[in-house]
Design a protein around this ligand. Structure first.
Ligand code: NAD
Length: 450
């Protein structure tokens, strides 16, 4: 059995059967059997069923949010916003079945056209930090394009995925089109990656596991998209609205207790503005309310597990230059206070590795050239921010930064309608927006001699 632990109390909140290779194979077989019928559902009908699924999820939003808040240890307000995004993601991709357009291409001797064909069975492997919302970024475009799916949630947070399967079937998605296998990554995940009947794997998780998946996928030349880790830069120039930049910076790294691939965990600040920025940052960090995820006023919850807490603690040892430290509850639960290290060099371990906890580093820089060099001096390239009142500088920096998503005078990364994904070792492929559909279809070219 999987014992599902509530991170705020360290107590078991649910138990469910743990899937293994046999259950994974059975799920793939069900998905394979369901594929011909699901791809043959007319575009309008498939769109209608996805809209019905969005409505069904909408009616369950509050209880799914409460389950997610408890299981992942995230503030209830954040969990509600995530469930809203789940619903919006299905609504958005419900528009796709009727808009999977092809091209006609001028050729000699006939007519040439392209089709976007579904791939078949798609394996979806997701992490524990944003369990259902990240699953929905994969489920919705995969199903809209006519694929059937096997979803493997993280073992720590399987509850909303298991619930999702039931909601999908009740909403009219045919039996076998959606299958959920809660089990270990090294067993069920690995099996999906190697299975000859799985056409593609869409993975979100660590760069380390992503690398292993890319290697294993080579055996069957499996299509793979990878959404991996990050160490994103939040670049604050001295001419920015410092009040706003400093007020926004903490939640951009401490949101979800720092367990966010988009966390702007390297805060790069122009040296001439450093003191003013740190003063304001301190006020905001110290004011952050860390507490019970179900308390409406909580802004940050606990870490996901004791293991995660010890990993994060290792970055704040006796030597670390702790400049600001917020508060966290005592007692049971995997709590860790929001922490800012300053000054830190970009070569320090805390600046190079993805900590995946509420620890930010502040790195001073001299000028635009140095800021961009430091921002790009990382193996990652997922997201980032630029704060300045100089429009031309903002655009220069945005084009120069080697990262998949960037915000100017904002720390947002993710929207249902816009592409999301990483440069460099942050991944391969894009989710959300119109681009996701490219990764759940193959282009077929057809020539007709006239
Ligand atoms: P993880 O890589 O340990 O696990 C992710 C998923 O992969 C889990 O379901 C796990 O069971 C499975 N898995 C583990 N080993 C596997 C294997 N050998 N074969 C197949 N599947 C396997 O990641 P995590 O600790 O759950 O999540 C944290 C990581 O996820 C961070 O690095 C974070 O940056 C990343 N992340 C990235 C994004 C993004 O969109 N780029 C979003 C969220 C999280």
């Amino acid at each position: 059995m999987i014992q599902v632990v509530e991170p705020a109390t360290a107590e078991v909140m649910a138990e469910l059967p743990r899937a293994g290779v046999e259950e994974t194979d059975a799920a793939v077989a069900r998905a394979k059997a369901a594929f011909p019928a699901w791809r043959a559902v007319s575009p309008g009908d498939r769109a209608g069923r996805l809209r019905d699924l969005a409505d069904a999820l909408d009616s369950r939003r509050e209880d799914l949010a409460r389950t997610e808040a408890r299981n992942a240890g995230k503030p209830i307000g954040d969990a509600r916003a995530e469930m809203e995004m789940v619903v919006d993601t299905f609504r958005y991709y419900a528009g796709a079945p009727e808009r999977l357009l092809g091209d006609t291409i001028p050729v000699a001797g006939g007519v040439d056209m392209t089709f976007r064909e579904p791939l078949g069975v798609v394996g979806l492997i997701v992490p524990w930090n944003f369990p259902l919302v990240i699953a929905s970024w994969k489920l919705a475009p995969a199903l809209a394009a006519g694929n059937t799916v096997v979803l493997k949630p993280a073992e720590l947070t399987p509850l909303t995925a298991v619930e999702f399967e039931k909601i999908a079937v009740a909403a009219g998605i045919p039996d076998g089109a959606v299958n959920v296998v809660p089990g270990p990554g090294s067993v069920c995940g690995q099996r999906l990656v190697e299975h000859p009947d799985v056409a593609k794997v869409a993975f979100t998780g660590s760069t380390e596991v992503g690398r292993r998946i890319a290697e294993s996928a080579a055996g069957t030349i499996k299509r793979v998209t990878l959404e991996l880790g990050g160490k994103s830069a939040n670049v604050v120039f001295a001419d920015a609205d410092l009040e706003e930049a400093a007020a926004a910076a903490p939640l951009a790294v401490f949101g979800n207790a720092g367990q966010d691939c988009c966390a702007r965990s390297r805060i790069l600040v122009e040296r001439s503005a450093l003191d003013r920025f740190m003063e304001r940052l301190e006020e905001t960090v110290e004011g952050l309310k860390v507490g019970d995820p179900l308390d409406e006023s909580s802004e940050m919850g606990p870490l996901i597990s004791e293991d995660q807490r010890s990993t994060v603690s290792a970055y704040v040892d006796g030597e670390a230059p702790v400049a600001i430290r917020g508060s966290a509850p005592e007692g049971p639960g995997f709590w860790f206070p929001p922490t800012v290290l300053c000054p830190v060099g970009n070569d320090d371990r805390a600046a190079r590795e993805e900590i995946f906890g509420p620890v930010a580093v502040v790195i001073p820089f001299r000028d635009e050239e140095e800021a961009l060099r430091l921002a790009n001096d990382t193996i990652y390239g997922l997201s980032g921010s630029i704060w300045t009142r100089d429009g031309a500088k903002a655009m220069r920096a945005a084009r120069a930064m080697e990262t998949g998503v960037i915000s100017i005078n904002s720390n947002t990364s993710v929207r249902v309608t816009t592409p999301f994904g990483g440069f460099k070792q942050s991944g391969v492929g894009r989710e959300l927006g119109p681009h996701a559909l490219d990764h759940y279809t193959e282009v077929k070219n057809v020539f007709v001699a006239t």
